[in-house]
Design a protein around this ligand. Structure first.
Ligand code: CA
Ligand code: CA
Length: 296
């Protein structure tokens, strides 16, 4: 299997990034990833003022996929996310949406599949990828920011077993990923989750002529998820919902009115995160309910 070491870290999605590895259509690749603090939270109670923010949010890659051309879609099957046994998180003044006095960093252990938050509170882990994206055509997009290329989406559904579809804007696609979370709630409201180093294994296929897929698009075992990002929650909630509205018309043969009514009954419009430079929303809809035809 192709393995990309975490030393291949970078901090922006850009067509200028030189590939760190090459894969063929259909290959399985392991990305070894550093946590979002780049391993700088050394112990429980660590002083955050020692953290070099320029090293924050590294992604591993980029991977050049042979045969991927602008206009194609990458189908990324998330096969496995292996995480270390201890993660980091920090709550601090001016970050996230709460009023918090001072800066508090923790190292938190995972035991028997649960986050050991304290002696009484355990949270079952559900490992997920925070940042995953392809290079945009000409922009340079910092790894903090989500967008049409993917990026810092922080969608808690993005775990092992799901499919993620991302656009190809440059030859080779240039896929990178990182920012693994052991578990995260919708909103990611304190600005971080339990931040983990670990290995992500994905299988990548190049899809041609698939402009029916509203990227970045996620398919889990139970549901479809359309996604959007914008500085305004109003704007990104409408964008995410309208992507699903069009998807159901295209794939389930529904009229605009039927699709809208069905989404109003059975679609869930959710916030993914409210703490990144652009906020994120998703519209989720159950697979099979609309008797839709979608070639995965
Ligand atoms: Ca993130
Ligand atoms: Ca994170």
């Amino acid at each position: 299997m192709i393995t990309i070491d975490k030393s291949n870290a970078h901090y922006a999605f850009s067509s200028e990034n030189a590939p760190s590895a090459y894969a063929k259509d259909g290959d399985t690749v392991k990305f070894r990833c550093q946590d979002c603090y780049n391993g700088q939270i050394l112990h429980d109670g660590y002083d955050f003022s020692n953290v070099n923010m320029k090293l924050n949010n590294p992604v591993t890659g980029p991977l050049y996929i042979e045969g991927a051309e602008p206009g194609d879609v990458l189908r990324i099957e998330i096969i496995d996310i292996e995480i270390e046994s201890t993660g980091s998180m920090c709550a601090r003044t001016g970050a996230g949406i709460y009023e918090i006095d001072g800066c508090h960093c923790r190292r938190i252990d995972i035991e028997n599949g649960s986050v050991k938050f304290d002696n009484d509170i355990r949270i079952t882990i559900k490992p997920m990828i925070g940042v995953i994206g392809t290079a945009p055509e000409s922009d340079v997009i910092p790894t903090q920011t989500p967008g049409e290329h993917g990026g810092n989406m922080d969608i808690r559904d993005l775990g092992a077993g799901c499919l993620l579809y991302l656009p190809v804007a440059v030859t080779g696609g240039l896929l990178s990923m990182g920012d693994i979370h052991a578990v995260q709630g919708d909103g990611e409201t304190v600005i971080c989750a339990l931040e983990m180093s670990g290995d992500i294994t994905v299988k990548i296929d190049v899809l041609k002529n698939r402009n029916d897929i509203p990227t970045p698009f996620i398919v889990t075992k139970e549901k479809y998820l359309t996604t959007a990002a914008d500085k305004s929650l109003d704007v990104c909630s409408i964008k995410a919902a309208r992507k699903m509205h069009v998807f159901l018309q295209q794939h389930a043969g529904l009229t605009d009115a039927q699709s809208g009514m069905l989404l109003s009954l059975a679609g869930n419009l959710r916030i993914s995160q409210v703490v990144n430079p652009a906020k994120g929303c998703i519209m989720e809809f159950p697979i099979g309910l609309a008797k839709e035809v979608f070639e995965k």
